[in-house]
Design a protein around this ligand. Structure first.
Ligand code: CDP
Length: 226
């Protein structure tokens, strides 16, 4: 199936499988996949390692803002990099997950990430996932999805994913973390997680990846006449 040069924006709640689905879409249609959450997670790791956020999530906003001027977070062969260092594993830890939503409320952090994301968007044929892609980063994206699923199912999926990577996890901790992030993400002042008016909702609680892909292909055929 060949689809036109478009931007696909995927937003939704934590651990709804946005990034897994986005990777499959990228592979299926030869699109570039961009994980906006990885940039927020990268900034969070940087903030933790450099003392810009305390254990109780108090943030040194002026210090972090100044440091962002020289912070180089980008994508490469191993995934996400901070300068030369591959940080893909560290940014997926529960420690980073526990601090990323407070960090993502800081306007200067959002500006930093948005600038990077919009650079990529100059080219079409990209699929990007996050919380505000269809509403703020690419409001003109030609196709917007909003993903949701039952919280317990999401927690089980995320815990299984972490266990498969050899991390020890407690299901309750994972559930608590994703509910906390959903709350902060939906209630922050700037670019809160909301469904764009023209987004199509995908509740994948009881769908396999294959089901999702078939559903999407149907939607694309209908929408773009291809
Ligand atoms: O994959 P998962 O759903 O766990 O989250 P993620 O996409 O890696 O994003 C991690 C966190 O970054 C989210 O909980 C948000 O707080 C923040 N984020 C955001 O504010 N805006 C985005 N476009 C993407 C992520």
């Amino acid at each position: 199936m060949h689809i036109p040069d478009i931007i696909i924006a995927i937003d939704g709640y934590s651990s709804t499988g946005k990034s897994s689905f986005a990777k499959i879409i990228a592979n299926e249609f030869s699109f570039l996949y961009l994980d906006s959450g990885a940039l927020y997670r990268g900034v969070t790791l940087f903030a933790i390692e450099n003392g810009f956020i305390t254990d109780d999530s108090a943030i040194d906003v002026p210090g972090l803002t100044e440091a962002l001027k020289n912070l180089d977070i980008h994508f490469g062969p191993c995934g996400t990099y901070m300068g030369e260092r591959c940080i893909e594993k560290e940014i997926r830890s529960l420690e980073v997950a526990g601090k990323v939503s407070p960090i993502a409320t800081v306007p200067q952090v959002r500006n930093y990430v948005d600038r990077k994301l919009r650079e990529f968007g100059k080219k079409k044929r990209i699929v990007m996932d996050g919380r505000d892609i269809g509403t703020t980063v690419f409001p003109d994206a030609e196709l917007k999805l909003f993903m949701t699923a039952d919280p317990m199912i999401r927690a089980q999926r995320r815990a299984a994913e972490m266990q498969a990577k050899g991390q020890e996890v407690d299901l309750d901790d994972v559930l608590r973390n994703l509910q906390e992030r959903d709350y902060i993400d939906s209630h922050r002042e700037i670019s809160p997680l909301t469904q764009a008016e023209d987004a199509v909702v995908l509740d994948n609680s009881h769908m396999t990846m294959q089901d999702q892909l078939e559903w999407l292909k149907g939607l694309i055929r209908e929408r773009f006449d291809c």
